[in-house]
Write a protein that binds this ligand. Structure first.
Ligand code: BES
Ligand code: MN
Ligand code: ZN
Length: 501
């Protein structure tokens, strides 16, 4: 996919050469001076006339008409140098990738050194490019009989740089590409309809991932759950004709199984709401209710590829949430794996039920640090919208680590409060230890508060991705539909993890 060259970019044959231009105002200097000279100062003229623009994200295509070995030049406006962030650059590369794809070119070269600033170095830029290449080219095939002509994808990128070591630049590109591709895997899982991605299918996918990367795989069947007393996951599955699965992947990189990070992902393959049935409009789109599971599996793909020196256990409770003669009902009381009893007030608050058992099971597997990712509440969309993931925690220092990772990944999260008085509301039941739905006031907090009861004293961060797992409109880094949100944050969290002793 990639090659890195240190020599000058203008003498080799390429379909396209991509060059960044800063507004300062746009000037051709250094290597670019040579380029301008090849056109007898013509490029400078084009800038003056406004045919080449350095305005942020503006693309200007110039055909070289045989004056150079490169067929066309794409100038990419980068705006003001000091204002360019890693995230912005990744978006800009995404826009470029989309354009090249649209124009059906399969090969291109990038003059990397024209994109770097004091803040965003050559290796950052290479990582951003690698990520953008995968993310921006993503498409979900779908099931139309008459599919459009097969899409042309970029299959080779040559990167020219003198600002970084060849091997290091290659590694940064590849790591970025791994991050992007794993995010795409998660997107596909989320985009798959509920009839084509059941709990069993999700388990099968996890098994294959485990075989590929040599993870230890454990899939609990219904009978195992009955023996263990996983009453909460079983309760949600009661109305379904699809068997539930508790999916566990273990990645051990340290000699001892300690300092274990537990990644827990909500795997509801379709959420009807159960007897607290969703409305005919609210139910559409509920195939995406396994976005947390997809985020965890995507992160495990990165972990499998890059093999960081950490111990990780991934736990995914998988089932759909259906109605039927055997289904869970409001007022039912169930017993979770932890022993805690739960009064079910709302069968549509099913995510917290399956996650309750998953959290306890992650602890049984030795997790000492927990993160759960879940499309848990409509309330988080009301509170934070669709660009920011909601977070809750019981541990400041662990939250800091998650926050850092999310910054680096460019996946914003925002913390909601969790006070004792909030916890009291989920503990308020006349006949059980907990209730699963204390009412709609602050219900994103209630969802997290409930899950927190099962983290107990283990450092834990809850990520509510109900608003961020899917987007209505395409952006520079992908189409409308699943975003693959939190894949990169979770993987970075594992890569950068520091134990708190
Ligand atoms: N899967 C939903 C949350 C959701 C809503 C995800 C919209 C994506 C978009 C979850 O299981 C749910 O139904 N939550 C309820 C909780 C309530 C019953 C306490 C909700 O948000 O209304
Ligand atoms: Mn629900
Ligand atoms: Zn749900």
């Amino acid at each position: 996919m990639f090659s890195v060259q240190i020599e000058k970019p203008f003498s080799a044959e390429h379909e396209s050469l991509i060059i960044g231009l800063f507004e300062k105002p746009a000037k051709f200097e250094g290597q670019l001076l040579e380029l301008d000279q090849a056109f007898a100062g013509g490029l400078t003229e084009l800038v003056k006339d406004g045919d080449i623009s350095a305005r942020k994200k503006k693309l200007s295509k110039i055909h070289t008409m045989g004056k150079m070995a490169v067929k066309r030049l794409y100038f990419v406006g980068l705006g003001k140098e000091a204002a360019l962030s890693f995230e912005a650059l990744r978006g800009i590369f995404g826009a470029v990738v989309k354009k090249i794809k649209e124009e059906k070119h399969e090969e291109a070269a990038v003059y990397l050194d024209s994109f770097i600033t004091e803040k965003v170095g050559a290796l950052d830029a290479a990582h951003a490019l690698g990520e953008a290449l995968a993310l921006a080219a993503y498409r979900f095939e779908g099931y139309k009989q008459k599919s459009n002509e097969p899409e042309k994808n970029i299959n080779h990128i040559t990167v020219y740089t003198e600002a970084a070591d060849e091997e290091e630049a290659m590694a940064a590109l590849t790591v970025g590409y791994v991050y992007g591709n794993a995010t795409n895997s998660a997107r596909t899982l989320v985009n798959l309809p509920g009839n084509l991605l059941t709990a069993a299918d999700l388990a099968e996918y996890a098994k294959e991932l485990g075989a590929k990367y040599d993870f230890e795989v454990e899939i609990l069947e219904k009978e195992d759950m009955l023996k263990l007393g996983m009453g909460a996951l079983l309760a949600v599955n009661q109305g379904s004709s699809e068997p539930p699965k508790m999916i566990v992947l273990k990645y051990q990189a340290k000699e001892e199984w300690k300092d274990v990070i537990g990644l827990v992902g909500k795997g509801i393959t379709f959420d009807t709401g159960g007897y607290s049935l969703k409305t005919k409009t609210g139910i559409v789109g509920m195939k995406t209710d396994m976005g947390g599971a997809a985020a965890v599996l995507g992160a495990m793909e990165i972990i499998g590829e890059l093999k960081p020196e950490q111990n990780v256990v991934a736990v995914i409770p998988a089932t759909d949430n259906m109605i039927g003669g055997h289904a869970l009902k409001p007022d039912d009381v169930i017993t979770s794996l932890s022993g805690k009893t739960i009064e079910v007030l709302n069968t549509d608050a099913e995510g917290r039920l399956v996650l309750a058992d998953a959290m306890t099971y992650a602890k049984h597997h030795g997790a000492n640090y927990l993160v759960d990712a879940a499309t848990l509440t409509g309330g988080v969309i009301t509170a934070l919208g669709t660009e920011t993931t909601g977070a809750l925690t019981n541990n400041e220092a662990w939250f800091e680590q998650v926050l850092e990772a999310s910054f680096e990944a460019g996946e914003p999260i925002w913390r909601l409060p969790l006070f004792e008085r909030d916890k009291e509301r989920v503990r308020n039941s006349k006949i059980a230890d907990l209730n699963n739905s204390p009412g709609s006031e602050g219900h994103a907090i209630m969802g997290g508060a409930f899950i927190g009861e099962f983290a107990e004293d283990t450092p834990w961060v809850h990520l509510d991705i109900a608003g961020t797992a899917v987007r209505k409109n395409a952006n520079d880094l992908g189409p409308a539909g699943a975003t693959g949100v939190m894949v990169r944050t979770l993987a970075l969290l594992v890569e950068r993890f520091e134990t708190e002793e």
